[in-house]
Design a protein around this ligand. Sequence first.
Ligand code: ZN
Ligand code: ZN
Ligand code: ZN
Length: 474
Amino acid sequence: MESVELFTLEGKGRGLKATKESWAGDVIFAEPAYAAVVFDSLTHRVCHTCFKRQEKLHRCGQCKFAHYCDRTCQKDAWTVHKSECAAIKKLGNVPSENIRLAARILWRIEREGTGLSEGCIVAVDDLQNHVESLGEEQKKDLDADVETFLNYWPPESSMFGVQYISNVFGVINCNGFTVSDQRGLQAVGVAIFPNLCLVNHNCWPNCTVIFNNGKIELRALGKINKGEELSVSYVDFLNLSTERKEQLKRQYYFDCTCEHCTKGIKDDLMLAAKSDEEHKPSAEEVKEVIQFSKDTLEKIGKARSEGMYHEVMKLCRECLKKQEPVLAETNIYLLRILSIASEVMAYLQNFESAADYARQMVEGYMKIYHPNNAQLGMALMRAGVTHWHAGVIDVGHGMICKAYAILLVTHGPTHPITKDLEVIRHQTEMEMRMFHENEYVYYKMREAALQNRPMQVLPEPAKEVPVGIFNKKQ
Ligand SMILES: [Zn+2]
Ligand SMILES: [Zn+2]
Ligand SMILES: [Zn+2]
């Protein structure tokens, strides 16, 4: 870890500083998980070692719980699975992900005789836990977790005090990182990365973090000077500063004092009304439409969770009709509806309409997000693919190229999603050339491409990786 240095700042706690200059896309450090587990709901579909989603997985013959890609992944897991395997067999059932993760952490501390592992700047049991500042309800949940844990923890393992175990649950609660599958499209588990936990939050950060091939990478979003503090964003920027601050306080127990929050930078854009020469909407009108949007978003959330996608679309259309004459193209309430509408329309294979919504959405996003924001890159990729499906090849190719440039920085060239995008980019480039040279050949080629279905990067709506990087109860 020569590239970073730990420092302590009065009132702000610990942080990491760069010890040398970096440029956009540089990997400042890569770190394997200290401990990691697959989500309860996916234990049969995701490899417990490498977190890849696979059709066919091998099952551990002993506990019948752990699943692996192959013998290699199984062998690699044995050191960390051995104690778990015996404990599960003995208990006769499988405890939830939080309990499993706490046990994996404590078994590792037992094995190594310390919480400080090689390559880590701080010990895992020295990470922030905020157990002291928990509310009544949270304290109750924590006590229940400790009790379940003690049932699971075998007597032949080392004994840890209740306070110590509580602190480990606190560490998981504050620092549990959401691990995604190999394409980065679905959240599949939770893990602890001690060095990453030292990187403080900033709503307009200079770094981003990506999980790739079993490790996280901290990647620079732009030029970083020697001595500069490194930061990542724990939450999506596409919220008003008051909303972000509220979320950070609730989930991470701190008051954000970043420049974007203190000055409310971009809040005006996110709340902007349409500036039409002839009809300038009144403050009253804007307020009314925003309230209507909030109510609609709530209804949409409900319909979406029940899989009623046609109802979702009806609500979106109604809301857009009210929003369009009143709200500016960067208004987040408009952008939130457009995002849902494009996602659902693409899922329902109505690509022309999905492309229209997606185009409006990314145009707004580009005015709000940092130019190298991963969320923006992913949105551009989806919008580009949607345009390709809709047969709008010029616009689609332009978006794919923009997305590719961003993902090279945020995900790096070896990430599977970047590689997918590179293939797509070649395809759209070739098609575009063809379209301008010989339209007939273009349509023939397009037909063939559609039959091969090379662009399956559109998952079912509402099942994607949450935007925040840490694993938090909503
Ligand atoms: Zn595997
Ligand atoms: Zn087993
Ligand atoms: Zn902030």
